[in-house]
Design a protein around this ligand. Structure first.
Ligand SMILES: N[C@@H](CCC(=O)N[C@@H](CS)C(=O)NCC(=O)O)C(=O)O
Length: 236
């Protein structure tokens, strides 16, 4: 059976980004169905393509068919990919590294609410200094501490530059945080900045970024810091 990933706009959809970059990084073939937020296509197709009416949803087999396997919730999608492709180290091989990688991926999935709501992913935009509320500073400090601990204990044992050495699901889970840091530019230590550069340069991530930058749709819900464009003609 073949895989299809249903995703939202690449500029905005942080949840969609995670499994997409993971599949790309590991060279796993898949089709993509993009339903743009607030579009007629979203309204028409989301219920048949996503049981929760949210993206991402992964289909193994014909998308929407009752006989196909549907997987929703990013962390479950990642586990499905890991089960389906045991030949790839989606999680680190080493048991201690794998335990920590899964724990920080779950923490990302369940937490960091302040960071997520005050610094929504918006890859093509630059809002340095915006969104830096006290809760966001706490979340940012926690992200940096996770990255430091993973790199010090596991990543730095290898030549490879990711959290646990080679790119794995934990790096995919944090890729949208890297994008948020690029847009809002909170103060970060040198090691975190270096890790951000490494993630952005990873081929799967770079491919997502390039496609995100080409998008032009404006989704107001994800744009708390945009200045509304002036009316084309002054109101009468
Ligand atoms: N917990 C879900 C979150 C999915 C989610 O909230 N996706 C957003 C886009 S990034 C969405 O579909 N929003 C549309 C909506 O809620 O109507 C996951 O891990 O996949």
């Amino acid at each position: 059976m073949s895989l299809t990933l249903v995703i939202g706009n690449k500029n905005y959809s942080s949840w969609s980004m995670r499994p997409w970059v993971l599949l790309k990084q590991f060279g796993i073939a898949f089709e993509e169905i993009m339903l743009k937020f607030e579009s007629a296509e979203w309204s028409d197709r989301i219920a048949s393509l996503a049981p929760t009416k949210r993206v991402p949803t992964l289909w193994d087999g014909e998308p929407g068919a009752g006989t196909s396997i549907a997987v929703w919730e990013t962390i479950a999608i990642i586990e499905y990919i890991a089960d389906r492709f045991p030949q790839h180290d989606i999680w680190p091989k080493d048991a201690a590294a794998r335990a920590m990688a899964r724990a920080i991926a779950a923490e990302m999935h369940a937490g960091f609410q302040s960071l997520r709501s005050n610094m929504p992913m918006n890859i093509r935009s630059h809002y340095p200094g915006k969104g830096m509320l006290p809760g966001v500073a706490g979340d940012t400090a926690r992200v940096e501490s996770i990255w430091r601990a993973a790199r010090e204990r596991f990543g730095s044992r290898t030549e490879a530059p990711f959290l646990f050495g080679q790119f794995c699901a934990a790096d995919a889970m944090f890729a949208p945080v890297v994008m948020r840091f690029a847009t809002y530019k909170p103060p970060l230590c040198t090691a975190s900045l270096r890790y951000c550069e490494v993630v952005k340069a990873a081929p799967g991530v770079a491919a997502w970024i390039a496609e995100a930058r080409r998008e032009t749709e404006f989704v107001g819900f994800d744009e708390p810091y945009a200045t509304p464009a002036p009316p084309a003609t002054p109101p009468a």
